[in-house]
Every structure is written in C-alpha cells, then in structure tokens.
Design a protein around this ligand. Structure first.
Ligand code: KG4
Ligand code: ZN
Length: 347
C-alpha cells in the first residue's frame, strides 16, 4: 500500500509517499524557517502564508514519478500546530480526497514523529528485512513545542506518562539561543557550537546551569528556569565573559542531562522492549550519544531506536508511516484541524 503523507503543522510544508509504512519513495520538504529567522521565531500569520505558497509545488514534486493510480490513501496532520498552517494542509487533503476518491487518515503530529523509527534508511541494497520496533515500547518525543514521554503497548495504544510543565526541550534550545544572539531555530546551531567546544575542551565540566526537577520522582520536566539561569551569562554587562561556544555546550548538556535521567528511570520502571527517540531535538548528537551510553552503562535490556537526523525534524514520511500502521480512514467531510490536541488524543 502506498500512502501520500502531508504535513503543514508549523513552518515546514512537506509531502511524502511511503510504501507499506516503511519504504520512502518520495520525500519533499519546503521550509520557511529562514523567513521566521528574520523575526526571531515563528509569526503564525507569516508561516500560514508560506504554507499557501509552497503546498502545490511541494505536492507536484512529490507526485512527479507517481500517478494518482499508484497512491492508495492520503495521510494528513490535523494537529497539534498552528491553526493557519494546519488549515492549509487539511483543506488541501480534503480537496484531494474529494477529487481522487482516495481514503483519508487524520494523524496526530506528535505520535506521527515516533513512526520515523519504522522507516527504512541506509544502504537500500543491503536491507533484506527491516527490523521493526517491538512492543511494548517507550517513546520520548522532543520537539519545538512538546516534550512527552509515552508508553506504547501497541499501535494506537498510547499512554502519556510524563512531559514538560512549561517550555519544551526544543523551545529551551531556541530561547537559550536567542539570549545568546543565535538565529532561529537555535537548536542545530547550538549543537554545532557545543560539539566544537567539547572537542576542543574535553576536560571541562559543564555545570554552570541547573538541572531542573532532576531529583523529583515524576516523569515531568521544567525547562523555563534554564533561560533565567542563562540570562546572567548573556547580559552585555555580565561579569562572567563566558564564550558563546561554552554557553552552547552548557545549555545542551543541561537539557540532555535531565532528559536522559528521567528517561532511564522510565525505562527501568516500565521495562519496554524498544525505546524510541523522536522529534526535532532527537537530531541532537549529544542527546543521542548520552542516551546510548547511559543505557549501556546501566545494562538496560532495551532496543534503543533513533531515526537518522533528517527524519527527526518535521517531514511527511512519518505521517504516511503512522497512517499505514494505524489505518483508520474517515470521510473527507469529517476532517478538521485540531490545533490543541495532545499526544494521547485520538484524532
Ligand atoms: O519536531 P520539529 O522539527 O518541529 C516541531 O514539531 O516543533 O522540532 C523543531 C525543534 C526546534 O526547536 C529546533 O531547534 C530543534 O527541534 N532541533 C534541534 C536540533 N535540530 C532541531 N535541537 C537540538 N539539536 C539539534 N541538532
Ligand atoms: Zn514536529
């Protein structure tokens, strides 16, 4: 089965065709992040305008080699996200479903992210049989707007066990970066600066910033305090004069430490067969390596999965993959954008 996925929840306009939930046949992304960078963050109205501009060219490019006869269904992100951006995708998907008579599957963007772990990557000639994640699974979704830890007993059986009480992990990277004068989105820039600093200063202990809520028993996080702690190092008149690269490494280490600590405790408590990392922040090299080494250090018997960095950030391939494994079509008349849904909400 071939599913056309469409994703327009924020500042990426994306479409993809995925076969049987695992094989990417086409994956096209247009991003207006550069435009948002000029205003230091997303202005919803601007993002929606860019979605309108990109949606048809992105779909034409995605469908270049595949006629409609070769597509079996349409998967569409209905939320969470920015209402203006979501509406562009939702209305386009409705129109396409009406015109082509294809089934339509609404997708929760946050659960969708996790399905990047079901996609085949790497050297195609060597892939004989893809090893799929196993249930029960535990998933950590870390994106620009959300940080959630969930238990997955099976496809469609999702229980929320913890999350952020204020800023999301990606937001902490982006707001920290803004304080340091870095462009939006700051996560990838912080990651590069931090890795440079760590390579050049392998012995520096990175402990200038607090590790909020690390000692609490819950599986919740709080990241907003990091900004406050960072301000004293970034005001023009500050007495510390710490180089930006070091601050980048400090921010990255503090975020990674609290994410890793709580996740390890959740793995020990819930004993999943697979642990799945997902969302834009999952592209962070330090977070990936810290999770892996802590799992090894604690001898946790869990299959740790993380998508290749390109599939961690917003794209439509995982939206199509989710729809294959959770095939619940609805009629196009029933499709609505739901900007405020949470990760455990059915759509
Ligand atoms: O999942 P995503 O692409 O969009 C949302 O659904 O929000 O996540 C975007 C977030 C941004 O906050 C961005 O700064 C962060 O992911 N991000 C990273 C990295 N790449 C993207 N954060 C840290 N390190 C990275 N390499
Ligand atoms: Zn996302």
């Amino acid at each position: 089965m071939r599913i056309l996925g469409i994703e327009t929840s924020a500042d990426e306009t994306a479409a993809a065709i995925v076969e049987n939930g695992t094989k990417i046949l086409s994956n096209v992304i247009a991003s207006s992040a550069e435009i948002q960078s000029k205003t230091g963050g997303i202005i919803p109205e601007n993002a929606a305008r860019q979605q309108i501009k990109y949606i048809i060219p992105v779909l034409s490019e995605t469908l270049k080699k595949y006629t409609w006869q070769k597509i079996d269904a349409i998967a569409i992100t209905v939320g969470p996200g920015l209402i203006g951006s979501l509406l562009v995708g939702v209305e386009t998907a409705k129109t396409l479903s009406y015109l082509t008579n294809k089934k339509i599957i609404p997708v929760n963007h946050l659960v969708g992210h996790i399905y990047a772990n079901w996609l085949e990557t790497g050297d195609k000639s060597k892939v004989t049989r893809i090893r799929l994640p196993k249930f029960p699974a535990l998933a950590l979704v870390v994106s620009g707007g959300h940080t959630d830890l969930i238990q997955m007993k099976n496809h469609g059986k999702v229980t929320w066990i913890g999350g952020t009480r204020d800023d999301a992990a990606g937001e902490a990277f982006d707001k920290g970066g803004r304080l340091m004068g870095l462009p939006y989105p700051a996560g990838p820039v912080i990651s590069i600066l931090a890795e440079k600093y760590r390579n050049e200063n392998p012995d520096t202990v990175l402990n200038l910033l607090p590790r909020p809520m690390i000692k609490t028993d819950s599986f919740d996080w709080s990241f907003s305090g990091l900004k406050t702690a960072l301000i004293k190092f970034t005001t023009e008149t500050n007495q510390f004069k710490i180089p930006t690269e070091r601050l980048a490494a400090e921010v990255q280490e503090a975020i990674a430490d609290v994410l890793v600590d709580k996740t390890m405790r959740a793995i020990q408590k819930y004993r999943p067969r697979s642990f799945l990392l997902a969302g834009g922040v999952a592209a962070n090299t330090r977070l990936r390596e810290k999770l892996k080494s802590k799992i090894d250090l604690l001898y946790l018997d869990v299959d740790f999965r993380v998508p290749i960095p390109e599939l961690c950030t917003d794209n439509a391939s995982y939206i199509a993959s989710f729809a294959y494994f959770n095939f619940k079509p609805i009629s196009w008349e029933k499709l609505i954008a739901s900007p405020s849904i949470s990760i455990a909400d059915k759509v």
